[in-house]
Ligand binder design. Structure first.
Ligand code: MSP
Length: 661
């Protein structure tokens, strides 16, 4: 078999002085979509992300929390890594700029640049923006930073300089020879104009900062953050030994428009100076804005990804980010638009098509996809249109035009809906001819759905995996080959998989309220964050089940008396959208009806609980779980290694509200 072609792509190496918001999530999601897409096209792909851990901002943030920098950044890097994992977008390589391998790579790159005559020592005085870690070209004392608008500081220090001025012509030649290097086109023109205007040498070390990679033998010089951070792309795939790993040069650096200059001017110049291969492409996307301004912690308008993923599922967030805004342009983020798209495109669109198709096959063909019979012109038209869409969608993906790719796919879904409405398979009878026609219509729809599922997989990995299972198709959807995808490959006659919950419809204002409430909880945690509760409210689940204090730790009766427990009776029970483990209950405790969330959804059907008498802890402080208020806790035993909850109950009839002592 021929060796696979490699594809190496990166996200920016994110600063560790804050935690990821929707802007960072956007770039990382896009990288993940491209990774999945390229894999389905047969590439061997490596995707790198990581954390940029040096510089004055981190120094300050660490000081604020009173811990040493190394401890501070280790915690932050863990948090970034964990969130990407939780959101299903972990990188293949997670590079930290404090990794030893990275330190070695930066020092090696510097040595190469120096040996080749592109580094000299000098003094620099200038206006420096400490927030952006950059000297501001042409600024005078008192000027504000043009990027962030905050005051600059005058700084003089001994620096090593990089002869960036020597690279004006080589860079312009490089851009000309590689017109695809800077994308989109508008950014390319902006950068070419900037470089044509002349390049000043760049200071690449600092003596005013302590928290950085040391320049060997030149202490107290440490490397300037951009010389340090950009090099992380190379250290992630072998550093000085990059040839062994055979991933360098990067095929694609994905960045926000804020950092395009560093990636398309400094970075190729450093690599040219060191005579190392230059990346093939830098793609700068726009910003997600909140009320028309860039999100930032200081403005307090930062949107967090986790509450959205908890409420609507990560696929919904991915879909929204890619569908709402043309890649490359700025766009507004709004919860309203997010939930609207969720309901219309996912719940009513793809989700509904998948479940109704499966339900009709279940009902009419004993749960096995039938073979199509004689094709009518309208079946052939649908097949032709879907086949054409395959080419269009792949073409859009190739150009990173995700919004158009999804738009084309959703046009196919709409066509299928129309086709079903006209063909009305549900209105056909049981005669031989009707059964044949039903088979053709349902097989045609299932084939269309299979193709949509494969094409949507890079964007909707979880739900398309569920639809693939639902359709009973062999293998996994992620292993489907995009290059060989065409109409007519549906496996028929196999049993459908179990029905799957895809995108349950949500009530808009309720969903937004829950997302916002979860976001508030995440921003201002009132109690230590806990994983999904085993039984009731997270604060209390442990007390009732396995995690009791060590056996030796005895409590007095007065401590026990502080816990008020009563007999309660469950009045209503329902699932909570976006929280697989929780049920929302209303419980009569004699004096009032309480709303309580219980982590028992995977073990108890809501209807089976109505009327049941349970033991309730009634004097716990209320708290919100997944945005839903929980006022009390239901007692349960925790059984077996997985802690299956078994509700405590009474063998004799007891009065609701009776106290447990
Ligand atoms: N550490 C540097 C990058 C070094 S790369 C060698 C840095 N870090 S950052 O944490 O500030 O991340 C910036 C990146 O986050 C942007 O380039 C973009 O990819 C993403 N975004 C941050 N806010 C954003 C929006 N509001 N909208 C879209 N993406 C944005 O810069």
């Amino acid at each position: 078999m021929p060796a696979k072609q490699k594809f190496y792509l990166t996200t920016p190496i994110y600063y560790t002085n804050g935690l990821p918001h929707i802007g960072h999530t956007y770039t990382t999601v896009v990288a993940d979509v491209i990774r999945r897409y390229k894999r389905m096209r047969g590439y061997e792909v490596v995707m790198t992300t990581g954390t940029d851990e040096h510089g004055v901002n981190v120094e300050r943030a660490a000081k604020k929390t009173g811990v040493p920098e190394s401890e501070f950044v280790a915690k932050m890097a863990d948090a970034w890594r964990a969130l990407w994992l939780e959101l299903g977008i972990p990188a293949d390589e997670f590079v930290r700029t404090t990794d030893l391998q990275h330190v070695r790579t930066v020092q090696w790159l510097f040595k190469l640049c120096r040996e080749n005559g592109y580094v000299y020592k000098g003094h620099y005085t200038g206006q420096y923006c400490i927030y952006d870690n950059a000297f501001v070209n042409d600024a005078k004392p008192g000027d504000n930073c043009p990027d962030c608008g905050r005051p600059t500081e005058t700084l003089t220090e001994e620096n090593y300089f990089f002869k960036l001025s020597a690279f004006q012509k080589p860079l312009l030649d490089f851009y000309k020879k590689n017109p695809e290097f800077i994308q989109p086109e508008s950014r390319r023109n902006e950068i070419v104009t900037f470089v044509e205007g002349g390049l000043k040498d760049l200071s690449i070390t600092r003596t005013t900062i302590r928290w950085g990679i040391p320049v060997p033998g030149e202490e107290p010089h440490v490397f300037y953050v951009w010389f340090d951070a950009l090099t992380a792309y190379l250290s992630a795939v072998g550093g000085p030994d990059y040839e062994k790993r055979a991933m360098w040069p990067a095929d694609l650096h994905l960045v926000g428009k804020d950092i395009i200059r560093f990636h398309t001017v400094y970075w190729p110049a450093f690599l040219m100076a060191a005579m190392l291969p230059i990346p093939k492409q830098v793609w700068a996307h726009g910003w997600f804005l909140m009320d028309a301004s860039k999100m930032s912690k200081s403005k307090g308008n930062v949107v967090l990804p986790r509450p959205i993923a908890n409420m609507l599922g990560m696929d919904a967030l991915r879909y929204f980010l890619l569908r709402e805004v043309v890649f490359g342009q700025d766009g507004n983020f709004s919860y309203d638009a997010l939930v609207t798209r969720y309901n219309s495109d996912l719940a009513n669109g793809l989700g509904n098509l998948a479940s109704r198709t499966a339900a009709m096959i279940e009902k009419n063909f004993a749960g096995k996809i039938p073979k199509a019979g004689k094709l009518e012109p309208q079946d052939e038209t649908l097949a032709r249109e879907t086949q054409t869409a395959i080419g269009d969608v792949l073409d859009y993906f190739e150009k990173l035009n995700f919004a158009r790719a999804l738009e084309s796919l959703w046009t196919v879904i709409a066509t299928a809906d129309k086709y079903l409405t006209t063909e009305k398979p549900w209105a056909l009878g049981d005669s031989e001819a009707d059964t044949q026609r039903k088979a053709t219509v349902l097989a045609t729809t299932a084939e269309l759905l299979r193709i949509v599922t494969v094409l949507a997989h890079p964007v909707l990995p979880d739900s398309t995996t569920k639809i693939w299972t639902l359709l009973g198709q062999p293998g996994s959807v992620s292993a489907a080959e995009l290059d060989g995808l065409r109409w007519g490959q549906l496996t028929t006659g196999v049993p459908l998989g179990k029905p799957q919950t895809l995108f349950p419809r949500v009530e808009k204002s309720e969903a937004i309220e829950r997302i916002e409430s979860m976001a508030n909880e995440e921003r201002n945690p009132t109690a230590p964050p806990a994983p999904a509760p085993a039984v009731a409210s997270s604060a209390t689940a442990g007390a009732a089940t396995a995690a009791a204090p060590a056996a030796s730790e005895k409590i007095g009766i007065e401590d026990f008396a502080k816990v008020e427990m009563r007999v309660g009776q469950i009045k209503t029970a329902e699932r909570i959208v976006g929280a697989d483990k929780l049920l929302k209950l209303t419980v009569d405790i004699g004096t009032e009806i309480r709303q309580i969330c219980a982590g028992i959804a995977q073990f108890y059907e809501p209807d089976s609980l109505i009327g049941r008498k349970v033991a309730v802890v009634t004097n716990l402080a209320p708290r919100k779980l997944r945005g839903v208020e929980s006022n009390g806790m239901i007692i349960a035993a925790s059984v077996g290694p997985e802690g299956r909850p078994v509700l405590a109950g009474f063998l004799e009839d007891v009065e609701v509200g009776a106290r447990l002592k």
